[in-house]
Structures are given as C-alpha cells and as structure tokens.
Design a protein around this ligand. Structure first.
Ligand SMILES: [Cu+2]
Length: 587
C-alpha cells in the first residue's frame, strides 16, 4: 500500500514539472564604456546587467553556468527558495565554479515575483555581475496591468572595487567630503552656544563619524544606472496614455539606497520582495540595496515622465523616462538637501542635543580644525552616555524615554561588543513607521515599512519558541563591520532546529542603514500587521533601530545572513545559520 502511494506521488510530481527550462550563462570579462572611459566589467553573457531570466512557478529550471574568468565565480539566486546545494555561496553551500569549469544548477521554482541573481564571489557583483530574475505565477495575479518593465538600479565605478575597499579601510570617509565646515561651526555656536556645539562636535569626532555621513561610497566615484544606462543616456520605457504600467524595481547597487519617484504620477505598490502586498498608493519610496518593489502607474497624459532615483546621500541620481514615444523627456527634478544624522540615529532619545533639527551642512572647501581624535575611542566616554552608570538590565524597557512607539524602547545591555564595535545604541527603538533619513518632511506620501501588509496570511501561525538577538556592529575608523562585535571570520554559526519557529531581534548599534539579507528562508517582518506581516528577503535596519522578524527554520543546511552593502559584507558583516535536525543541541 505504501509503495503504491509512493508511485502515485511520483507520477503526480512528473506531471507537475511539465515546465522545464534550460539556460546557459557564461561569466566573462567584457570591455564596457559607461562613463566615457573603457573599463573591464565582470559580466553574465557579455552585458551589464546580464540577461533577464524569466521562469514560471512550478518549472524545473536547469542552468549551466560556465566560468571564463581566471578566478572562481558563483551565482546566487537572490530571494529564491532553493535546496541548499543550489544556493551558490562559495564555502557555505558549495565550493565555487572553477575557472574554465561549468556548474549546473537544477531546482523546481516554488514562488513567483521579481528577484535578481548575482555573483557571491569576492567583489564580482560590484564589477557588474548582476541580472534581473522574473518568475511568473501559476495562478493569475491579484492586480491588472497592460505592460511591464524591469527597472534595475545600480551603481558603477571606474575604479576597481578592490581599490575602493582598500581606500575605505585606510580612511572610511574617503568618498565623503561633506564634513561640517567652520561656517557651520560658528553658525551652530550662534544658535546653540559654545558648550553644546563643542560637545556635539566632540561626540561625533569620537565616533569617527560626522553628521553628514549617509553613505560610505558616493557619487564622487559612482555613476548611478538604470538598466545599465547612465542618466544622460535616458533609458526610456514607452506607454500609451490610459495604460496601466507595471514597473519592477530592483536595487542591484553595491552600496546605494535610492529614493524613487516619478513626478506627476502616483505609484501603487503591489509587491515587495516579490510578495503580493495590499496595494498602497505613494508618491515616493526608498529602496534599500537588494530589495525589489513592484509598482503600477497609470499615466493619463500624452507626455513624458521622469523616473527619478536619487541616491540617499544626494550625491547623484539615476534617471530614466516613461514616454508615449521615443526622444522626448520631462524635467529632471533638483536634488534635495543631503540628510543629516540625528540623535535618533545614534540610538539616543531625540532632541537630547538638539541635533535632530540641524540644517544640512553647506558645501565648503574649508573644514573643521581637527578635533582630538585620540581620546577614548568608545561611546562610553560620550557625555551623558555612561551606560555603566545607568545600571540597566539588558532588555529592560524604559517607558517614556522616547515617544511611545511599538514595540517600546529597550535599553541597550551592558555588552559593548568589544574592539570590533565603536558605539552602542543606548535607546534603540522601532523606526518602522519612519520613511527614512531625509524623507521626513517631503510633504508627500512616502512608503514606510509599516505600510507593507501581506495579501495572504503567513503559512505558519505558531508563536516563536525561541528568540535570537543580533546586534549590528561596526568600527567605522577601522572599517570593520559585523554582528555582536565579530566579523564573519571570527563568528560562530547560529544553530537552528529544523521546523523551529523563531523570533530574530535586530539592534543596529551603528550609524548606518544596513540591508540584511537571509538566504533560503523567509523573514516575516513584525510591523504590526499580525498574520499579514510581510515576508521579505531583505530587511533594512535604520541606524539606532530595534526591530524583529519571525521565521520558520524550514530549510536544512547552512544559510548566510548578511548585510547586502557589498563593502560591509566584505568587511565582515555576515553570519550564517545552520539548520539541522538537532539545532543547538548539536553544538
Ligand atoms: Cu551594512
């Protein structure tokens, strides 16, 4: 009887995978000209980005990837749930693809939506090795559109990524020239007085940061691209007035967050990270590195509209056009002021030093006289930040210390995470309802994470059995990034038991945003929507933020969990979960 049932299932499986596609991908070096100078890119099938793959939910895909480089390579299917050996991470899920070798990936596609694929070896992704990946659903989608386009955003540098990383290691502020100026200093004294201005400057100096540090790598070296085209090339998508146009936004940048708007058009967000969400109409959204958003726009007029993707630090933009015919364009908006880091970004109660309301620094050649940077290097020395004296138990809530948000502000524990970390967020709090730095006062409707509500309830309704807390840490001066003060090479695997339901709490002790990506399993962001919490493959964690996600450890094997900023990952911000039948008992 058992045997009979087994055969029955096997026959059914064979029928279900009637869709079977075979794909050939070749990784090579190709000469490209993006900025007017010839450079060598690492390419998939000879182009940046590589070819868009289009699969069907239920299809068994076979992908032969041939490596024509003289170094190892790999391809990771970003956001796609695959068996562990098909995940494509060297040293974790397989060895790698040898120079001259071919590796064949084969798996059945169990989801639909907008994704992408890229190298997980060295800094190859930064050199151009990324492509869109679209999966058509087995069932009709709950929204309607007349045509669709992929809008893949990225950042290109003519410098070799190894050199960029070397410069960051030597001087983390290398690409960031917006240090507060002497003019700012005296203006602040006029506004706030000597004492407060000096203590602000000293505090920022000790953190090896300044309030205008928004991005590590900027438009000084980057050209921002849409589908591989710089702003002047004006990538254009055609429409007929009255049509509904689906735009599949993918942020394939190495380091750049983009603020996306199409002046004159509302954008209806219908998917985030490939997952159906309750539609929400917005004027703008921020897309973190490696996220995807699908939006529908309905241009009525017979005119061009600019697709404007401003880099979060306002050091440049990517730009394209939606137009009823080729050769026409719409005005390009002026870039807005550069955001300024605030006390909230330091994990402090806002307004403590009045820095939250500081106006953007002006661009001047003159810089602040060097402050004493040789003082105590950790935040323990900051005025008012002696956490030893605050005598707080970890996880102890401090109601009333910040505006009441859900979940409540939780004081940082006594662990300062050692040498690999230069500050802690004393009062990290939920920032899910905030659109993000620089988008607070646009006067328009900007998407926030709390707007994301899954169309279908999650499949696992069990409450978490266990909680894991991870702190995002860094030492900006040494350009080391990690979790709990440890870079990847020093970290222990995170054990999980197969089938276990978990809550993962993330606390960002740094002053940068980090887009955290989990391989192999979904993260259900706890954004207040209960069973309809959205599931994501990348969760952006704001500076000084504490947030959590639920997950089911439903995939055996070792799975990376890392920051998707290329140079943060290279500098150590990576960990890996190991899902086994035994979980933590095995260790
Ligand atoms: Cu990061």
């Amino acid at each position: 009887m058992k045997g009979f049932l087994f055969i029955g299932l096997a026959v059914w499986a064979a029928t279900a995978s009637a869709w079977a596609g075979e794909y050939n991908l070749v990784i090579d070096q190709t000469t490209v000209d993006i900025t007017g100078r010839e450079r060598t890119a690492v390419t998939i099938n000879g182009a940046v980005p590589g070819p868009a793959l289009r699969w069907r939910e239920g299809e068994e895909v076979t992908l032969h990837v041939t490596n024509r480089l003289d170094e190892p390579t790999s391809i990771h299917w970003h956001g796609v749930i695959v068996p562990n050996s098909m995940d494509g991470v060297p040293g974790i899920s397989f060895e790698h693809i040898h120079p001259g070798g071919t590796f064949t990936y084969r798996f059945t596609v169990k989801q639909s939506g907008t994704y992408w694929y890229h190298s997980h070896s060295g800094l190859q992704e930064q050199s151009g090795m990324y492509s869109p990946l679209l999966i058509d659903p087995a069932k009709p989608e709950p929204f309607r559109y007349d045509r669709e386009y992929v809008v893949m955003l990225s950042d290109w540098t003519d410098e070799h990524p190894d050199r960029v990383l070397a410069k960051l290691k030597k001087q983390s502020g290398y690409y960031n020239f917006h240090k507060p100026t002497v003019v700012d200093f005296f203006r602040d004294i006029g506004k706030k007085g000597w004492r407060e201005t000096l203590s602000d400057r000293l505090a920022w100096g000790r953190m090896r940061m300044d309030p205008t540090d928004i991005a590590d790598v900027t438009g000084y070296t980057y050209t921002f691209l849409i589908n591989g085209q710089p702003p002047e090339a004006n990538w254009t998508a055609l429409f007929k007035p009255g049509e509904r146009v689906r735009l599949r936004f993918i942020n394939a940048a190495s380091m750049t967050y983009f603020d996306l708007r199409i002046p004159g058009l509302k954008m209806e967000v219908v998917q985030a990270d490939g997952q159906d969400t309750e539609p929400v109409a917005v004027d703008e959204f921020r897309i973190a590195v490696s996220e995807t958003y699908d939006v529908i726009v309905a241009p009525q007029e017979d005119r061009a509209y600019t697709i404007f993707a401003e880099a979060m630090d306002r050091s440049g933009y990517a730009r394209g056009t939606l137009a009823p015919r080729t050769g026409i364009e719409a005005p390009i908006p002026a870039m807005r002021p550069r955001p300024v880091r605030t006390m909230a970004d330091m994990g402090m109660a806002e307004g403590a030093h009045g820095m939250a309301s500081k106006s953007p620094a002006q661009e001047k050649e003159t810089t602040m006289p060097e402050m004493d940077h040789d003082g105590p290097g950790d935040m323990g020395a900051m005025p008012g930040m002696d956490h030893g004296a605050m005598n707080q138990e970890p996880g102890h809530a401090m109601p009333g210390m910040a505006e009441s948000t859900e979940p409540p502000t939780v004081m940082h524990g006594p662990d300062t995470h050692g040498k690999g970390n230069s500050m802690v967020a004393m009062m990290p709090r939920s920032r899910l309802a905030e659109p993000g730095a620089g988008l607070e006062h646009t006067g328009t409707r900007v998407l926030a994470y709390t707007d994301l509500r899954a169309r279908e309830p999650g499949y696992d309704r069990r409450p978490p059995e266990r909680e894991i807390e991870l702190h995002l840490t860094g030492n900006m001066d040494r350009y080391i990034w990690g979790f709990n003060g440890k870079k990847y090479s020093e970290s222990e695997p995170i054990p999980m038991r197969y089938g276990e339901r978990l809550r993962v709490v993330l606390v960002n002790d740094t002053m940068m945003e980090h887009p955290l990506h989990l391989h192999g399993m979904w993260m259900e962001l706890e954004n207040g929507n209960g069973e309809h919490n959205p599931r994501k493959f990348t969760i952006n964690v704001k500076p000084g933020e504490r947030l959590s996600f639920l997950m089911t450890a439903d995939a055996l094997g070792a799975w990376p969990f890392h920051c998707h900023l290329g140079y943060h990952m290279a500098a150590g911000m990576m960990a890996h979960a190991v899902v086994s039948e035994h979980g933590a008992e095995a260790h």
